[in-house]
Design a protein around this ligand. Structure first.
Ligand code: SF4
Ligand code: SF4
Length: 74
């Protein structure tokens, strides 16, 4: 499967919901924070992503977008 995980860092509030809901442990909150001081999710296992969009759907700030390139090509 191919696609993209886009994180708009300036929108993130550091809640960690995306990290918790991901069934494949693709995301992790590391030490990186945005300009407001919120800890950002980082993509640590991109190759494991199944593009289920759970992270996109749960994010209250709409900071994550999942683009499934195979779906878009249909
Ligand atoms: S789309 Fe699904 S598998 Fe990929 S990072 Fe989001 S929750 Fe995890
Ligand atoms: S769910 Fe959204 S706001 Fe919360 S940590 Fe993830 S990207 Fe940031």
């Amino acid at each position: 499967m191919s696609g993209k995980i886009k994180i708009k860092e300036e929108y993130c509030k550091g809640c960690g919901f995306c990290v918790e809901i991901c069934p494949k442990s693709v995301l992790k909150q590391n030490s990186k924070s945005n300009a407001k001081g919120f800890i950002l999710p980082e993509v640590i296992n991109r190759e494991e992503c199944i593009f289920c969009k759970k992270c996109e759907l749960i994010c209250p700030e709409m900071a994550i977008s999942i683009i499934n390139e195979e779906e878009n090509n249909e």
